[in-house]
Design a protein around this ligand. Structure first.
Ligand code: PAD
Ligand code: ZN
Ligand code: ZN
Length: 365
């Protein structure tokens, strides 16, 4: 099959034919229909997001059609339409049974090493092993994934829209609705309005937030944020963003702020933008050695600083729900797709992302 293979840090992915083994017990072979290109893929390629070592097939925002199932698979059958979840969970541990599967430590360990849950890979080229990424690896025509990473969806949803729910939409909307639990009438600031941040903006709309302040260096992203429901706009090029947010909120700050870039300084901005009793949520993935400093005394104002992974998703419940909202025209997915591309154009998609030219590029297989 054709795949984009990550061989070297800070170098383009190589498009080539590689081999994919059949699904083993508890695994599913999916014909990938579409894959979004997320900043986290780029973060692996430039070393921001730790990964054991290349070669690997990246891509973690995919959807497709089940082609074949391994033994003991009961959740899906060939022909089912599915989203690939990059955070499969065991269903049995303390986190899973208390409704926080995004924190499950059981299956995730093998996946972090670049393998499927049994600790081995189905991807190779000749005698060389190629690693998986988060058990998804959607930068390839087919993927063998763990059954626990499969979310069955209704068949009438376009698979390119479904793919986006697999990461950016779930992460952004989920950070607002699941992690922060924003209440109607709240004020919200979203720092970074890219593929994920725009979904935090529309998550705030869904939650009934009143004031939604979009913050981005790129005026085009602020335009998009307006389309997604932001009510106020801040460009840090026009002055300190925290001061601008305070100016828009009676000098007190917002109830909720979301950092959706992946930098320590903007995470501090998010914290400094919230009012006493407010909550700052860090969604962006910073480098492991990036440190943030906040005044310890400020916590006395009952401020909360927390992180959010995968929008605190319960994939089998939340993803079909998001698709219902889309089908009922209450969630924008088509508007997120700036470009539909071929797998061969993937390296250009990373350049467009870095230049801020796209909300999302989506590979159509
Ligand atoms: P993106 O590149 O599409 O968007 C980033 C946006 O930030 C762009 O619009 C930039 O213009 C803007 N920006 C950059 N620097 C600044 C700045 N200093 N001030 C204001 N705006 C700025 O990325 P994305 O939306 O795909 O991903 C965003 C982050 O979220 C990234 O770190 C990614 O790794 C992370 C992520 N986290 C999770 C999770 O589970 N926590 C999941 C998916 C992605
Ligand atoms: Zn992602
Ligand atoms: Zn678990």
């Amino acid at each position: 099959m054709k795949a984009a293979v990550f061989y070297e840090y800070n170098a383009p992915l190589k498009i080539e034919e590689i081999d994919l083994d059949k699904p083993k017990r508890g695994e599913v072979l999916v014909k990938v229909a579409a894959s979004g290109v997320c900043h986290s893929d780029l973060s692996v390629m430039n070393g921001t997001l730790p990964f054991p070592s290349p070669p690997a097939v990246l891509g973690h925002e995919g959807a497709g059609i089940v082609e074949e199932v391994g033994s003991d698979v009961t959740a899906v059958k060939p022909g089912d339409h599915v989203i690939l979840s990059w955070r499969p969970s065991c269903g049995k541990c303390g986190y899973c049974v208390t409704g926080r599967p995004q924190l499950c430590q059981t299956i995730g360990m093998a996946l972090l090493q670049g393998y499927l849950p049994d600790g081995s890979s189905r991807l190779h080229k000749g005698g060389t092993e190629i690693k998986h990424f988060t058990g998804v690896s959607s930068f390839a025509e087919y993927a063998v994934v763990p059954e626990a990473g499969i979310v069955k969806i209704r068949r009438d949803v376009p698979l390119e829209a479904a793919a986006l729910v697999g990461c950016g939409v779930m992460t952004g909307v989920g950070a607002v609705i699941n992690t922060a639990k924003v209440e109607p009438g709240s004020s919200v600031a979203v720092i970074g309005c890219g593929g994920v941040g725009l979904n935090a903006v529309q998550g705030a709309v869904l939650a009934g937030a009143d004031k939604i302040i979009a913050i981005d260096l790129n005026p085009r992203k602020l335009e998009l944020a307006k389309q997604f429901g932001a009510t106020h706009f801040v460009n840090p090029k026009e002055g300190d963003p925290v001061t601008q947010v305070l100016g828009l909120t009676d000098g007190l700050g917002v109830d909720y702020a979301f950092e959706v870039i992946g930098r320590a300084d903007t995470a501090v901005q998010a914290y400094n933008s919230i009012r006493p009793g407010g909550t700052a949520v860090v969604v962006g993935v910073a480098k492991p050695d990036d440190m943030m400093m906040i005044p310890a005394l400020s916590l006395l104002q009952e401020k909360t600083l927390k992180g959010s992974i995968y929008g605190s998703a319960r994939p089998s419940v939340d993803m079909p729900r998001l698709l219902e909202l889309y089908m009922n025209k209450k969630l924008k997915l088509d508007e997120l797709v700036s470009r539909r591309i071929k797998l061969e154009e993937i390296n250009a998609a990373f350049e467009w992302m870095e230049k801020g030219e796209v909300a999302r590029s989506v590979i159509m297989y």
